[in-house]
Design a protein around this ligand. Sequence first.
Ligand SMILES: [Zn+2]
Length: 411
Amino acid sequence: MTDSSSRTLVLRGGSVVDVEAGVARRGDVLVVDGRIERVAEEVPVPDGAREIDASGRYVVPGLIDSHVHVTAGSADLGAMAEDSPYYVAARTSAILRGMLRRGFTTVRDCGGADFGLAAAVEDGLWEGPRVFFGGKALSPTGGHADLRGPGRTVLDDHTCCPSIGHVCDGVDSVRRAARNQLRTGAHHVKLMLSGGVASPTDRIDSLQFSADEVAAVVEEATNAGRYATGHAYTAAAVNRGLQLGVRCIEHGNLIDDSSVALFVEKDAFLVPTLVTYEFLRSEGAAAGLPKASQDKVGIVLDAGLEALERAWKGGVKIAFGTDLLGSMHRHQSEEFRIRAQVQPPAEILRSATLVGAELLGRSGELGTVTEGAVADLLVVDGDPLTDAGVLARPDRNLRTVITAGRVAVGG
Ligand SMILES: [Zn+2]
């Protein structure tokens, strides 16, 4: 930990947002040794404490983005696998810094980030949100993380190659791959349950991995006290994953009411990532997205909002995700604007705080301004409970970012 994490800090006179209740109350927040020690109408300022005047502003929990790829410095993920790992790391540090400056104090990486990268942030070598990682995402041959074109047979899966996924086939090999991610400290194991946009040879509506292979990943993750999360678009892929014990579904753009019922029955999570499709359509080509992938964007783009509305009305636990690649990372906060078309702002904020924390197994510690929680705090202009535009435009509205009690941005 850095020395500044031991500092005492008081946020004075802001409107403190209680995300769970959906209300803001005027008061002070006392931070000691990286944790929130007191939230009260008035807190006496201890000697030597730093004071931040938050009057007229809102104090919000640090945001959680539950679907990112912090190593994806380009939308051409296949080419990235041949980059120097040092170059990828350098780009990653810039991507992480950008996320923190948009108010994201925790991110959940869904393919690419590893234990060393999470440690670089934890040790203070890099400025960024804390990273919950799954290592490489598991994919069958020809699946969503098999980024070879149809004419290429060679597959270099050396762990040092900065690819986002690992190709494996058959129960034994899939099991070994899951164990290998878990042995590095992975917080979850990501697997591909259907085709995707960024992969050159699969169809969006394909089913990926056999039921036995999926069950093996779920078993290994569960045995390790972790969980399996699955990339899936269609109802068929989502439902099969949920029935086999996958705890969280990434994207889910093409779900139907039977999927919604299964999410609720299994108490599973959904992480929509709508912003990525919007910008893959408008900026994907310029960001390096290959032609075969550009053609697939339209299939999932239009259905995404409808799926979000369906899931929300059906009572599904919905986390906040973005899934941006390359130069499109700068649009991360626009997910707030897009979701506001079907959800109230307070609900979106819950997704980006409380639900994200629950998915990470850190309820009460992250995503909340309550006593005992980690002091990840934002000071913003405007009420994010009633206006989604507040968090959608951090360049205008975000004044201060505090991560584990340390002022990282502003002051
Ligand atoms: Zn993704």
